[in-house]
Design a binder for this molecule. Structure first.
Ligand code: ATP
Ligand code: MG
Length: 392
């Protein structure tokens, strides 16, 4: 989604095209609204006024725009940098002045300043949603679920979506997507002071689904105990750039995963239907409560569910004191094929488990859409899922 809304006020089509291209090529996405909306200049964050014709009518336009959109950045473009004209423009209410044609670098610098000013006055928009996946135990499927959900979110939601691999040493997010990012989240947390949009763009790798990846560290001891604060700051900065932030937090509680849990809008606790998973999930839920993170934000995901279930889903819910939010069936062949080929499930052809990710993600994008239709009874019986499906 565009961070800024731009309006170009001119009668000259070439001017409009040129400025439009400049705006579109800015590191900060700018949506351009039509001149007709000039009647409501308050809709714009950024107004570019052509003052190359009649100076007095241009000043009147700037004054009118300034009155209508007090917080917008107004850019005046003139034939030359005439000091008198610059003064008039500034007095009328312009924030920036450029001789025609403006240099790309200075123009983009001004766009960045406008974005920064708008953010200070209005706060960033829209709010990011942070989804943290945490395993009740190693191997529960945390990476499988976070990666495939990330791909579906990017593909279906078509919003800026990033996945962060928080696991120290040998995180597998990029591997699951068949990618080799040049940089990792360590490059991000070690350079927080200059982590603006452009720098971040250098650090992330982009998957063809649209999902961006902030790769896992290749150091076994980092991110470590002393990196918790930096990780929290990283999430704050990511929230300015992305609408969805997914985190593969592994299955160890440490200062970094705690930072992620605090930031999370939803914490997905990934468990398998077996005794170690359920026991650990119980303990983790207790720990989350102790940490003061809101327990209501926790959603239990049951992965690798199969019939006959070693522990009935109702018993799992009873033991956890928490409902199961979603069930992913066990399909080792499909999941491991996807993993080994580096092709996420959504892009690997149709399968039951891929449609489960589709349903799960649609519900995330639009919770108001309600629960998805259950599979037809015959299919349910074939999958032996009646008991689990009744929990949806
Ligand atoms: N729904 C599923 N059905 C069958 N196999 C699955 C399913 N989900 C995950 N697996 C398999 O389980 C194994 C572990 O998955 P994954 O790496 O996602 O778990 P993890 O919790 O991230 O593990 P780690 O603790 O090592 O990070 C993989 O071999 C994967 O193919
Ligand atoms: Mg993993």
């Amino acid at each position: 989604m565009a961070q800024l809304v731009g309006l170009i006020v001119t009668d000259d089509d070439d001017f409009k095209k040129h400025v439009g291209r400049l705006l579109r090529s800015s590191a900060i996405p700018v949506g351009i609204i039509d001149d007709r909306v000039a009647r409501d200049p308050a809709a714009a964050d950024l107004v570019i006024v052509d003052t190359r014709g009649d100076a007095s009518s241009a000043m009147a336009t700037i004054e009118r725009l300034r009155a209508g959109a007090p917080s917008a950045g107004i850019f005046a473009l003139a034939l030359s940098a005439d000091p008198d004209l610059i003064l008039q423009c500034m007095r009328a209410g312009a924030n920036e002045f450029f001789p025609w044609p403006p240099s790309e670098e200075t123009f983009h610098g001004a766009v960045r300043r406008t974005a920064a000013r708008r953010e200070t006055t209005q706060g960033s928009r829209p709010a990011a949603t942070t989804l943290v996946f945490f395993g009740a135990k190693g191997g529960a499927g945390t990476t499988t679920l976070s990666v495939n959900c990330g791909v579906e979110l990017a593909r279906l939601g078509k919003r800026p979506t990033v996945i962060v691999d928080l696991k120290p040493g040998l995180g597998e997010v990029a591997l699951f997507l068949g990618m080799r990012p040049r940089y990792s989240l360590l490059d991000a947390i070690d350079n927080l002071h200059r982590l603006d949009r452009e720098f971040l763009r250098e650090l992330v790798a982009k998957h063809k689904s649209g999902l961006e990846i902030l790769g896992g560290s290749d150091q076994f001891d980092r991110p470590g105990a002393t990196d918790g604060g930096a990780i929290e700051e990283l999430f704050r900065l990511l929230a300015r750039q992305y609408e969805y932030i997914l985190v593969d937090a592994g299955s160890q509680i440490n200062s970094c995963t705690v930072a992620a849990l605090y930031t999370a809008d939803i914490m997905f606790l990934v468990a398998n239907p077996d005794v170690p998973s359920v026991r650990n999930a119980q303990r983790l839920l207790d720990r989350v409560r102790q940490l003061g993170a809101c327990g209501e934000r926790v959603r239990v995901l049951l992965n690798r569910a199969a019939e006959p279930s070693p522990i009935p889903a109702k018993q799992i819910e009873g033991a956890l004191g928490h409902p199961i939010h979603h069930v992913f069936t066990s399909d080792y062949k499909t999941v491991s094929n996807a993993l080994n080929s580096g092709v996420p499930l959504a892009l690997a052809g149709s399968s039951e488990i891929a449609s489960q990710f589709d349903a799960f993600t649609r519900r995330l994008i639009d919770p108001a859409a309600g629960t998805e239709a259950p599979p037809p009874p015959a299919r349910r019986a074939r999958l032996g899922l009646e008991r689990l499906a009744s929990l949806w």
